[in-house]
Design a protein around this ligand. Structure first.
Ligand code: UN1
Length: 505
């Protein structure tokens, strides 16, 4: 008799297709879908972390000499690997962190997109030429790589966020050492193996990518701390909770390292009287319930104008009541499990706090299914922005509040400590433009007529205040991975000084 097809049975075949051989050890990997154990893998030691950082530093010293467009060729090959293995890696991400199928695939697509972006960027690491105030002088800016970039990533985008950092860091001439989330080590091993294969191909085709360019540290907190504390790590790019960022930021600053922080969000949307409600419903539903509310950009606060409240809320309630919760690998399911029991407990605690603060909770019930931590997404009518509404709970809870005055609501919108993403749904040009203006949303991402989540890689991604201030991905975020040198060249035969200073010897 054939054994029943379980996720634990499926994973070895998936890994084999992606060319990953696991070294077995004591560190378990689980699926949040069923709670089952998928594998037990070897953990890296603190000594190995030190060795990986040293190897990356040595690699950087060679890699910086490779012309940037050639470095781009490596990233182009990496994208080819990702394209070839999109289905398998997307499925593994779904199995390991519980994303629905299209979101698992979307995560890999996001990796491919950033690689394509980085390939183009490898020929566009532009610096300014600046008019000098002195005759026969020219000023210019040159951008140089930083050295070793340490990447600490979270479970919810277990591979894409690493690729945002790594694709840019590599074309900029850096080496990377990655400490992935402990909850997503298999996805990390697979994604890392694809870049390693691209490196092997690059070198087979005459490229010069040194060993140690692409480090990976599998294990616990101590390995992340090794990156944070090492003076050899020039930039620490960390994605996670504000609590984590509060520890990482000052430690890296104390050694004058650089950090790029992507921390919590408490993202809101304002739905104004002129909003197209069909479009708004879709935007709100995806942003609030997608990824089971476990995106940094998830919609958590909804301000509904009192003139549309009674028309819109029942439609939203109906969407919440009908959304299919369950096995994310099944077609039609839109909300998978939370990452673990701790996340489910935190959700239930926040809902209890909301009730205590006078909120009316619709949904949010724990769903007993398959051994994972499942809940129905919750819609909570709140009378005011108080209690749990001011905090980020990494779960599908949407707090809904009624408003009447636009300017006062803008103030409320900006009142929370986090500043990642935001939206307004409106067809009123004055409101839309005000929302995007200096007195509008205080977030790093501000959208009109789309929800706050699901950003494209072409824009700079990140947020203000307790979100940490970092920017990754598109636009000129690459500058965070480089250092700027200002150069002044004198092509004359005298030495005029700036500011009219004379110094005749
Ligand atoms: C995150 O939640 O940490 O904008 C990253 C989005 C995705 C990335 C989210 N493209 O929702």
């Amino acid at each position: 008799m054939r054994p029943p097809m379980t996720l634990a049975n499926e994973v070895p075949a998936l890994l084999a297709r992606m060319g990953v051989t696991l070294t077995s050890g004591a560190l378990p990997a689980h699926s949040p879908i069923t709670g089952e154990r998928l594998a037990a893998i070897a953990e890296n030691s603190a000594a190995e972390a030190g060795a990986a950082i040293d190897a990356a530093q040595a690699a950087f010293r060679q890699w910086r000499n490779v012309p940037a467009p050639k470095r781009g060729e490596l990233v182009r090959l990496w994208a080819e690997e990702l394209r070839a293995h999109k289905a398998d890696l997307g499925r593994l991400v779904s199995i390991e962190v519980g994303k629905v199928v299209s979101e698992g695939l979307g995560e890999v697509q996001e990796m491919i997109d950033i690689c394509d972006f980085a390939v183009g960027l490898s020929r566009q690491l532009y610096g300014y030429t600046i008019a000098s105030e002195r005759p026969d002088h020219r000023m210019m800016e040159t951008w140089h790589p930083l050295g070793v970039v340490g990447v600490i990533s979270a479970f919810n985008f277990p591979v894409a966020v690493w690729s945002w950092n790594t694709a840019l860091a590599l074309v900029c001439g850096n080496a990377v050492v990655w400490k992935p989330s402990e909850k997503a080590n298999l996805s990390a091993l697979a994604a890392h193996a694809m870049l390693e294969r691209a490196i092997a191909r690059f070198n087979a085709e005459g490229g010069k990518a040194p060993a140690g360019l692409n480090g990976l540290l599998i294990g616990g907190r101590a390995l992340g701390e090794a990156l944070v504390d090492s003076p050899k790590v020039a930039l620490v790019s960390a994605t996670g909770s504000t609590r984590m960022g509060r520890e990482v930021g000052p430690k890296v600053a104390a050694r004058f390292g650089r950090s790029l922080l992507e921390l919590g969000g408490n993202n809101a949307a304002i739905v104004s009287p002129t909003a197209s409600l069909d479009l708004t419903l879709r935007g709100v539903a995806f942003a609030a319930m997608g990824t089971a509310g476990q995106r940094c950009t998830t919609l958590r606060r909804l301000f509904l104008h009192d003139s549309i409240y009674d028309a819109f809320l029942p439609r939203l309630k109906a969407a919440y009541a009908s959304v299919k919760v369950g096995n994310p690998l099944e077609q039609g399911v839109l909300v998978g499990p939370l990452i673990d029991q701790g996340a489910l407990d935190a959700m239930q605690k926040a809902l209890a706090e909301a009730r205590a603060a006078g909120g009316t909770v619709h949904g949010g019930e724990v769903v007993q299914t398959m051994g994972g931590a499942y809940a129905r997404p919750a819609l909570v009518e709140m009378l005011d922005q108080i209690g749990p509404v001011l905090h980020e709970t990494f779960a599908p809870i949407l707090y809904v509040m009624k408003y009447s005055d636009f300017d006062a609501t803008l103030e409320k919108h900006n009142e929370v400590p986090q500043g990642l993403s935001s939206s307004i749904f409106t067809n009123d040009m004055r409101e839309a433009e005000t929302f995007l203006s200096a007195r509008g949303s205080d977030c790093g991402i501000a959208n009109v007529n789309i929800g706050p989540s699901g950003a494209e890689i072409g824009g700079a991604f990140g947020g203000e205040k307790e979100t940490g201030g970092g920017r990754e991905s598109g636009s000129d975020a690459w500058k965070a991975y480089m250092r700027r040198a200002t150069n002044t060249l004198n092509y004359g035969s005298t030495l005029p000084l700036a500011q009219g200073v004379t110094f005749d010897i």
